[in-house]
Design a protein around this ligand. Structure first.
Ligand code: PBG
Length: 312
């Protein structure tokens, strides 16, 4: 076939992910040529306002989806955590690659762990999910707004504006900043966002040849876990940046999942934990049911009240 065009955002992490997909494709198809089509998303332009206020996470994928629909690119590479629950007509996401470390990471130039931070220390994050879980552990901390790509956030930490910041371990590892990680935060202390650490590939639904071409990059176990997580988010309508967290893991045909909805100030937490036997890594139906059941358990415990207050 002709050159395969990959739509990508221009941030270092997005380019890393697009190049990763490119290299994987080249290793499976020796005669293929692949080209990146870098573009700026609205999410990248509006770096000074909280994502929830500027329209949620669809902002990172919309421009790339428009490029696919306009046939200016053939596939788009996304962080699954930024991908909304519904796809525009004509597009699908048939491939989810193997997950990198799903945990949040604590990054500081002076302190090793959250526990070690002095009373009233300033921690940078703009994620209500991270904020609520930090404040639950340490109600004395001051959470300060921090957005921008991974490199910008590290530079702001080094500027001395924060005592520590929280970032996804996956992004730091991929950009070779693993040495900046002071400690990994366990999922029990900071439950990740659905899809965190996983990269997905979106394309046109009718492009059968392309769907076949990218199929070898699919990692069924990751897709199973991420499907459960996305099903929970969809049931909670957790499209925007809200304090919703979940994490699914497969071991011996048993898919185990934890989920939570929290008050941003960390005073009220609703959590649920469930598991389901799956028939295999392709048992997406059971995975999605697990996600929905978990969401319904959270709603039965009152998660709807927290969420509707936030959406107002
Ligand atoms: N919201 C931005 C975003 N989207 C994906 C990642 C990290 C990498 C990943 O989850 O795959 C990040 C940065 C962060 O949360 O620190």
């Amino acid at each position: 076939m002709k050159t395969l065009r990959i739509a990508t955002r221009k941030s270092a992490l997005a380019l890393w992910q697009a190049n990763f997909v490119k290299q994987q494709l080249l290793s499976h198809h020796s005669n293929l040529t692949v080209e990146l089509v870098p573009m700026t998303s609205r999410g990248d332009q509006l770096l000074d306002s909280p994502l929830a206020k500027v329209g949620g996470k669809g902002l990172f994928v919309k421009e790339l989806e428009n490029a696919l629909l306009a046939n200016e690119a053939d596939i788009a590479v996304h962080s699954m955590k930024d991908v909304p629950m519904e796809f525009p007509e004509g597009l699908c996401l048939p491939v989810i690659c193997e997950r990198e470390d799903p945990r949040d990471a604590f990054v500081s130039n002076q302190y090793t762990t959250i526990e070690e931070l002095p009373e009233g220390a300033v921690v940078g994050t703009s994620s209500l999910r991270r904020q609520s879980q930090l404040l639950k552990l340490r109600p004395d901390l001051t959470i300060q707004f921090l957005r921008g790509n991974v490199n910008t956030r590290l530079a702001k930490l080094d500027d001395g504006q924060y005592d520590a910041i929280i970032l996804a371990a996956a992004g730091l590892k991929r950009l070779e900043f693993a040495d900046r990680i002071s400690s990994f935060i366990s999922p029990e202390q900071s439950l990740p966002a659905g899809g965190q650490g996983a990269v997905g590939i979106e394309c046109r639904t009718t492009d059968e040849a392309i769907i076949k071409l990218i199929a070898p990059l699919h990692h069924a176990e990751t897709a199973l876990c991420v499907s459960a997580e996305r099903a929970m988010n969809r049931r909670l309508a957790g499209g925007c940046q809200v304090p919703i967290a979940c994490f699914a893991q497969l071991s011996d045909q048993q898919l185990a999942m934890r989920g939570l909805v929290a008050e941003p100030d960390g005073t009220h937490f609703i959590t649920s934990q469930q598991s389901q036997q799956v028939s295999g890594v392709d048992d997406l139906q059971t995975a999605e049911k697990l996600g929905v059941d978990l969401a319904e358990d959270l709603l039965n415990q009152g998660a709807g009240d927290i969420l509707s207050k936030l959406y107002q």
